[in-house]
Design a protein. Structure first.
Length: 607
């Protein structure tokens, strides 16, 4: 069912006894008997947390007069934050934290930043926190792509601020998550150029998007980063197929199919044997060449124009302390000191570089091997004149993505999340349930927005007819009105049904059957079941029964089963055996940092 009544509906299903037609064994009965008490404990713990946060916020509002404040860290940093690297050549810096000098009680703020900008923004934050008189704050910089943030802001876990690299993502987040966020003026920009080997660059007289999309025997082949999740890939697609015709899109799709993994397109461009070119921002190309001195790439300005990435700060948190800190950071971003930092990292200050011609060069300078990307890395120059293209609007992007989905169908899947009593266990300060919720939120956020996703919660007897699973959100495109918000509410409702046993085998069977029912030719359809332990339903399907049922699945028809085990309780050998009986796979992860990419890959049909 759709999650219309949401919380109240979920509570009803969780509280009623199992139907009389369903047998309940003694072990299951004992688990069911503890569900209400455990769920009550979780709810009381969450209530206490909220009360503490309210108290702290009130105290902080008084303390700001003295320059001391305590804020909210809504997106976990450090080891708990998912270091989801974005498409790009060099690995993104992991989550990093910077505290105002001499600060004893800092306001903790997390900022989600595209991976290509993360090193530069980290340096900006270092400069900001070193300034005298700035608010007492601790910043955690988390590399997350704009597309991921835009699709996850409706969820229960949010950053305090967001650096966006194209305004269309902010518009998308506002429209789909029911938000009213506003971006500051851009503080950095960088044009998009075509990266290719120096030899290919010398042979390419006037590279143009349209010509590259057409393809030729004597020129490099265009390889796009995944345009469904990469800003550079989406802008490159708009430039290469501006009319969004089926013929043009099919040509570009054919060239992009092999480069859906982060960083795969630029790796292909660096291989002289493949004769491939890929769009990349000038700043990221500078960073790539600084760490790949033995195989530098040349940036070529397309003859028909270059899209531009413009980076702006978006305040997400609205608390008194967080707002004050972010206002101060916003002022610093407009300062000469911040401009110098972003320029040293290969970006241009706003209004200064997007339309300027790139310095002509027949080669690309690169830092010596081992030099870190940063202020000391020499700038990369491009061949040709950079002519900026108009910014891509959300309306145009939506039309382009609809047309792209018609020739490159987005995946479809059912995601079933464990809410059994095991998930209430504490691990490193948070419950397994929290980690599953966070991993699911960010994993779904990494999917193409035309992907169809349904959300299930499972334990024992959660469904209206005594099923072990509860359908909280029916499968639907993430771009559909209300779909992301419904999924967010479903994730928020997990503690209300947590506790009791785990009908794993019955849920696996039902999820695979549901994936089969919605399978369409040419579209990957996946059943993804996340579990924190073994099956413990003593009157549900047996191991033999689940294997026999799953053996009827034909993976050749596009239906896949992926079982993901979280923590130390799942039996890897047994669950691998179950998954393989359907031609599927089993994967073990430890927390939300591993779970998010695992869920994204599974739902995208790339387990």
């Amino acid at each position: 069912m759709d999650f219309g009544g949401r919380d109240e509906t979920s509570k009803t299903h969780a509280a009623v006894p199992p139907p009389a037609s369903r047998r309940v064994g003694p072990y299951e009965a004992s688990l069911l008997a503890t569900r209400e008490s455990r769920r009550h404990e979780v709810q009381q713990r969450q209530l206490r947390k909220r009360q503490v946060r309210i108290t702290v916020a009130a105290a902080a509002a008084v303390a700001v007069v003295a320059g001391v404040g305590i804020g909210f860290q809504l997106l976990r940093g450090g080891s708990d934050a998912p270091p989801l690297a974005a498409p790009g050549a060099a690995p993104a810096a992991p989550s990093t934290q910077h505290v105002t000098s001499g600060c004893k009680r800092p306001a903790h703020l997390t900022v989600a930043v595209p991976a290509a900008m993360a090193p530069a923004f980290t340096a900006v934050v270092e400069g900001f926190t070193a300034q005298p008189g700035v608010p007492c704050a601790a910043f955690t910089v988390v590399p997350l792509e704009s597309s991921t943030v835009a699709q996850s802001l409706a969820g229960p876990t949010r950053p305090d601020a967001w650096v966006v690299d194209a305004h269309l993502w902010l518009e998308q987040a506002n429209s789909r998550a029911g938000l009213g966020l506003v971006a500051d003026e851009p503080f950095a920009a960088t044009p998009v150029v075509l990266a290719m080997t120096p030899a290919s660059a010398e042979e390419t007289e006037r590279a143009a998007w349209a010509a590259l999309a057409e393809g030729s025997d004597d020129g490099p082949r265009l390889a796009l980063p995944d345009p469904t999740t990469s800003t550079v890939g989406l802008l490159g697609l708009a430039a290469a197929a501006p009319d969004a015709s089926e013929t043009a899109l099919k040509r570009v799709a054919e060239s992009a199919r092999s480069f859906t993994e982060p960083g795969s397109a630029i790796v292909a461009a660096s291989d002289a044997r493949r004769d491939v070119t890929t769009p990349v921002s000038m700043a990221e190309l500078t960073r790539y060449n600084a760490t790949n001195a033995n195989s530098p790439l040349t940036g070529v300005a397309p003859a028909d124009g270059s899209p531009t990435l413009e980076y702006s700060l978006v305040a997400v948190a609205d608390g008194t302390v967080a707002s004050r800190v972010l206002r101060s950071l916003r002022d610093f971003l407009a300062s000469d000191a911040a401009r110098a930092v972003v320029a040293a990292h290969g970006f241009t200050p706003p209004g200064a570089g997007a339309s300027a011609p790139a310095a002509p060069s027949s080669s690309v300078e690169a830092a010596p091997a081992g030099t870190r990307t940063g202020a000391e890395a020499p700038a990369t120059t491009a061949l040709g004149k950079v002519t900026p293209l108009p910014a891509l609007s959300l309306a145009t992007a939506e039309k382009l993505r609809d047309a792209w989905a018609a020739v490159q169908p987005a995946p479809s899947g059912v995601l079933a999340l464990d809410t059994s009593g095991t998930t209430l266990s504490q691990v490193a300060g948070s419950t397994i349930l929290d980690r599953i919720s966070e991993g699911a939120q960010l994993g779904i956020g990494r999917l193409p927005d035309r992907a169809r996703v349904g959300l299930w919660l499972y334990g024992q007897h959660l469904g209206p007819k005594g099923e072990d699973h509860l359908v909280v959100v029916a499968p639907g495109a993430l771009s559909r009105a209300g779909q992301l918000q419904a999924i967010a509410k479903g994730l928020e409702s997990m503690p209300t049904v947590a506790g009791g046993g785990r009908g794993l085998y019955d849920t696996v069977i039902a999820a695979v059957d549901a994936a089969r029912a919605q399978a369409q030719p040419g579209r990957a359809s996946t059943a993804v079941v996340v579990t924190a332990g073994p099956n413990d339903d003593d009157f549900g399907a047996s191991l033999g029964a689940v294997k026999a049922h799953l053996s009827k699945n034909d993976p050749a028809k596009g239906v896949q089963l992926v079982i993901i085990g979280v923590g130390s309780k799942p039996d890897a050998t047994l669950l691998t055996e179950v998954a393989r009986s359907a031609g599927g796979t089993y994967q073990a992860v430890q927390g939300s940092d591993d779970l998010a990419p695992a869920i994204a890959a599974a739902l995208a049909g790339r387990p």
